[in-house]
Design a binder for this molecule. Structure first.
Ligand code: ZN
Length: 216
């Protein structure tokens, strides 16, 4: 096996393992949600309509930045979310999209996740925004998502789900899990009252502490 083929095979295996983790962790169910990684000038992405439980590395599809593919398998119908992120954010090496339940519950109310907890900072700012609604798979939805991702590495999609990116697949999967946990905690904290939000100054201190923590 040539080196390039080997790298592609390893990345495809990681995508399949990560898809199965999304199911086992409750972040996704059945074939909802999708995962991609940047691969040279193209993208490796989970296939369309394939249950994660039966997915194998050969089902992973290679697409170019315009969604074109040579394989006989079709890429996820939501490939535009992925290509838009790779085109616009140079640091993005992996993208994870889920319909995780608590985040969807908030997204259906078209609400962002505010700074109710300092971990909101893991998306890069004082809130995790909710992008405007558009039909799944559409170019319009990608445009709304990009607006919600300005200075952020995660956002909600109205009446739909969550999109995150990371510097590698591990980071993207971790971030998708954190966003779901934050959505869950936020909804819980609203039981019996409104959570007290952190101020911009308090969040600035969190960003400084995070930067220090990374250095250690
Ligand atoms: Zn979706």
């Amino acid at each position: 096996m040539k080196h390039g083929e080997h790298v592609r095979r390893v990345l495809s295996e990681e995508i399949v393992e990560s898809c199965k983790f999304l199911n086992s962790s409750g972040l996704c169910f059945g074939a909802s949600g999708n995962i991609s990684v940047r691969y040279h000038d193209s993208i490796l992405i989970s296939p369309s309509g394939r249950a994660y439980s039966t997915m194998s590395p050969t089902d992973v599809v290679e697409i170019d930045q315009n969604g074109l593919y040579a394989d006989d398998r079709k890429p996820s119908s939501e490939w535009r979310l992925h290509t838009s992120i790779y085109k616009n954010f140079k640091s993005a090496m992996a993208v994870v999209h889920t319909h995780s339940p608590y985040a969807v519950a908030l997204a259906c109310q078209r609400r962002p996740i505010p700074a109710f907890h300092y971990m909101v900072a893991i998306a890069g700012g004082n809130s995790i925004r909710c992008a405007q609604y558009a039909t799944f798979g559409s170019e319009e939805l990608s445009q709304y998502m990009l607006q919600a991702l300005i200075d952020r590495s995660a956002c909600l999609l109205a009446n739909h789900g969550v999109v995150v990116y990371g510097r590698d697949l591990n980071e993207a999967i971790w971030r998708a899990g954190e966003v779901e946990m934050l959505a869950r905690q936020y909804l819980l904290s609203e039981n019996g009252g409104q959570p007290v939000l952190l101020t911009d100054k308090q969040m600035d201190e969190v960003f400084v502490a995070f930067a220090d923590y990374k250095k250690k």
